[in-house]
Design a protein around this ligand. Structure first.
Ligand code: LCS
Length: 407
């Protein structure tokens, strides 16, 4: 059976080419650095690419390959490249695409270290970058230059949950001979497939929803054609930032429940976003499932669900936010996102602390912004926890109805 023809739910369970002589139901962990050659001729044929097979785990490994093929299928791409972290995936895209003198148009709203990587390492290598508000396609069009090689977006962006129009941005980039790379970490391939909307490259931090259990650091790049794949594979092979077989195994296992987890993240996300939006302490909530999201209509055209991550701001600003973060008991105060447990964090002092204040504010990461990654606990327990924590926010103790304190 060709797993590429399956529906996404069955793909989650069965996608990936299994190289598995043991007949084990689950792809085994090939925890080996190298693979034996039958003869010098065999080794030479593998190195020359005349014969298919595995040589050395940095260049490829069956456990990693199974996971890569599963993500490639779910993203409707042709090949994927498993990386040691999401940042290794980001770096693979930059290293494969950019040469000295090239220009990049990058969204202002991306994971902090992505912006910093461009602004430090790649700037040193003679790359010029314009950071623009990519939720306004005209700003992307206005920033494109003859030297633009890469347009880079996250949608929804981390952490403000602003959306960018993948189809229109891809068309604008292509018109100028540039490629569009989309970091699809926040919605996962379950809810959004940028390659089908015209993007050339998709990448993920596997650390988040795709693995889903907060126990792996990993990343992946998905491409559409053989030539791009060989070029990227060669860069990843030289730079060495590959995922290891054990982490690939854990991610492959996580993928089996991607669909049911994502549906639950979204169901809980809707319940919590509505609760927060109606709460008197909350100034605003940004979540793709809320009609109040400024780009709700765009979202409906490019993703099939809202995911599990939202941003909000308290009326009491940063101090109120600090009290909230120090008062939650079921939600965990931690960075990262996309796991089965609910995590809450403060981007200005945590995930986006590497940005200069000016850059941070340009990216609309205000001091009072809070990011919530909703897990798959029972939503009523999460609402009870947020209620008791919001009760403690200064000036409002007693002003909001008390929730049941479950802890
Ligand atoms: N892309 C996005 C959208 C991310 O959110 C992250 C990490 C990365 C890439 C990098 O992935 P990593 O190397 O960590 O696997 N985002 C994080 C965050 O928001 N909190 O902690 C990490």
């Amino acid at each position: 059976m060709n797993y590429k023809e399956l529906t996404p739910q069955s793909m989650c369970i069965h996608a990936g080419a299994s190289v598995n002589e043991s007949r084990a139901v689950v792809q085994p962990i090939y925890q080996t650095s190298a693979f034996r050659f039958d003869s010098t001729g065999h080794g030479a044929a593998l190195f020359a690419g005349r014969q298919e097979g595995y040589i050395y785990t940095r260049m490829g490994n069956p456990t990693i390959r199974g996971m890569e093929d599963a993500v490639a299928a779910l993203e409707k791409g042709k090949f994927a490249l498993g990386c040691a972290s999401g940042m290794a995936a980001v770096n693979t895209v930059f290293a494969a695409e950019l040469s000295a003198g090239d220009h990049v148009v990058c969204s202002q709203v991306v994971y902090g270290p992505t912006l910093t990587l461009l602004n430090t390492v790649y700037k040193r290598f003679g790359i010029t970058i314009d950071f623009v508000n990519t939720s306004d396609t005209d700003q992307v069009i206005g920033a494109l230059k003859p030297k633009t090689r890469l347009v880079y977006i996250e949608t929804p962006g981390n952490p403000t949950i602003e959306l960018s129009d993948i189809k229109k941005i891809a068309a604008a980039a292509h018109e100028k001979g540039a490629v569009l790379a989309v970091d699809n970490t926040f919605l996962s391939p379950w809810f959004q497939n940028p390659l089908t909307l015209g993007a050339d490259i998709v990448l993920h931090s596997l650390t988040k929803f795709i693995n889903g259990h907060a126990d792996v650091i990993g990343g992946i790049v998905v491409v559409k054609d053989d030539d791009t794949y060989s070029r990227y594979r060669s860069v990843l092979n030289q730079t060495g930032g590959v995922i290891d077989p054990f982490n690939a195994f854990l991610v492959y296992r996580g993928i089996k429940t991607l669909g049911i987890r994502m549906e639950k993240h979204a169901e809980n996300g809707m319940a919590i976003a509505r609760f927060l939006e109606a709460h008197p302490q909350i100034a605003w909530v940004r979540y793709p499932g809320l009609k109040s999201h400024p780009q709700y209509d765009l979202g409906q055209t490019q993703h099939s669900g809202p995911g599990g991550v939202m941003a909000f701001e308290l009326k009491g600003g940063f101090e109120a936010g600090e009290t909230l973060l120090n008062s939650v008991k079921l939600c965990t105060l931690a960075v990262s996102l996309g796991g089965v447990e609910t995590l809450i964090q403060h981007p200005a002092s945590m995930t986006h602390a590497s940005l200069e204040k000016e850059q941070r504010l340009a990216a609309r990461v205000t001091d009072g912004l809070i990011r919530l990654s909703v897990g798959i606990e029972f939503h009523g327990d999460l609402i009870a926890d947020l209620t008791q924590a919001l009760d403690r926010v200064s000036g409002y103790i007693g002003a909001v109805p008390k929730g049941k304190n479950i802890l």
